[in-house]
Design a protein around this ligand. Structure first.
Ligand SMILES: [Zn+2]
Length: 424
């Protein structure tokens, strides 16, 4: 990181109007009646979105390539051809009732950074690669973060390509159908740094009146299925003291999840999001309840402690009620701690522009969380209205979109080393 950037180099401002117009133009591809966007991965609309992005990249003189899972890379050469690139971007696929900003902001902010460098004749030492990862949302083809997951070795290419949609079409067939099967030889080598700008998808920045979130990492998560088993019986003929009511025990589990998460603030999260009753009949005492449990925290040891406390609580509930309670893990991702020099470059970008900012931990998954395992990475958050996303009403203000891109530009220059054009 170039510590002297802020004093030796005058960084130009990005063109907020040009960036906003690009966001609105991309959002026309798959536009929904309620003002959102439905451009799911590996569909015909995804192909159209990619074509527009490629056209914009090529107009800036970038060299566009694809790897075998269809991740797009667009290279702007640096003065040092041997230097590892600074990679910036996100994704352009959306949820079925998605918004205009989730993912697209990060890709188009990266494009705007390159447009600004070109317009101002600024050369960097390191190459800059714009990236648009395939299928971040994971709605047509699971899992989410598929392109970055394959890139980072979280899942194999064969596994990803064999995943099917509801019609039985494989991701491999869909990728071939839109014409974006590339070659892994097209990938950039080791990343010097990866930066991803994104809407927060949560309410914290708006609540505190902050413009920029300096993202220091992402919450780890542990998921479980919990099964509480009692005895189904007639609701009229079974006296209260002779019942084994699985639902009564399950409500205590729900309460415990909430209580344990609340005891580990500010980063603890605990959620029961799915709940099934057997037999689910008005006049039968519930015999079995299955529920999902989602625990998250920013520190691995704390997440471990949360789960230990939860297991002990389940044992106590089982002892006190006579119910049988089983717990089965279904997913386990450790917390991500982003790289100190990338975080510092983002913070410096916010400071240099005079934006109100705070450190923040991402509660949601992002491509940067996988890339952070294989390269120095960080993220830039901007507020989104009421924290709403994955929704057609998702909204970020033009001012915040502009601010996020200015921070991305500053951090990118910091990490890529400006060599010409920007010196004051
Ligand atoms: Zn996203």
């Amino acid at each position: 990181m170039n510590e002297t950037l802020s004093t030796e180099v005058s960084v130009p401002a990005i063109n907020g109007e040009r960036l906003w117009q690009a966001l609105m133009e991309l959002a026309l591809i798959g536009a929904t009646p309620e003002g959102g966007c439905n451009r799911q991965a590996l569909t015909e609309l995804d192909r159209e979105g990619r074509e527009l992005l490629i056209r914009w990249c090529e107009a800036e003189g970038l060299i566009v390539r694809f790897d075998a899972i269809g991740n797009l890379f667009a290279r702007r050469d640096g003065s040092n051809a041997d230097a590892d690139p600074v990679v910036i971007g996100s994704h352009i696929d959306t949820q079925p009732t998605g918004g205009k900003y989730d993912g697209c902001f990060g890709v188009l902010a990266a494009l705007e950074v390159i447009r600004t460098l070109n317009a101002n004749g600024i050369e960097t030492e390191r190459p800059i690669e714009l990236v648009s990862w395939t299928n971040e949302e994971g709605c047509r083809f699971a899992p989410c973060m598929m392109g970055s997951g394959v890139f980072a070795g979280q899942l194999t290419l064969e596994d990803a390509l064999s995943r099917t949609d509801v019609d039985g079409i494989t991701a491999g067939e869909a990728l071939a159908a839109i014409g974006y099967v590339g070659d892994d030889a097209n990938r950039p080598g080791q990343f010097a740094a990866y930066l991803e700008a994104h809407i927060e998808q949560g309410p914290i920045l708006e609540d505190e009146g902050k413009t920029i979130g300096v993202v220091t990492g992402a919450l780890g998560l542990k998921w479980f299925d919990v099964t509480v088993t009692g005895m189904a019986a007639h609701s009229g003929s079974t006296p209260m003291h002779l019942r084994q009511d699985a639902l009564l025990g399950a409500t205590r589990v729900v309460e415990a999840v909430n209580r344990i998460a609340l005891a580990h603030q500010p980063d603890g999260r605990g959620t029961v999001g799915a709940f099934q009753l057997l037999p689910n009949s008005r006049n039968v005492i519930p015999g079995q309840v299955t529920l999902s449990v989602d625990f998250r925290h920013s520190e691995g040891e704390v997440l471990e402690a949360i789960v230990n406390e939860f297991r002990q609580t389940l044992n106590a509930i089982a002892r006190e009620t006579g119910l049988s309670i089983e717990i089965a893990p279904t997913a386990d991702y450790p917390p991500q701690h982003f790289a100190a020099d990338c975080i510092a470059a983002v913070r410096q970008g916010a400071l240099a522009n005079g934006y109100a900012h705070r450190d923040i931990v991402s509660g949601a998954g992002h491509d940067a969380v996988f890339i952070g395992d294989i390269a120095p990475a960080a993220m830039i958050f901007i507020p989104c209205e009421k924290g709403i996303s994955h929704n057609e009403s998702e909204y970020a203000t033009p001012e915040d979109v502009t601010a996020g891109a200015n921070v991305l530009l500053h951090a990118t220059l910091n990490l890529a080393g400006p060599v010409a054009g920007a010196v004051a």
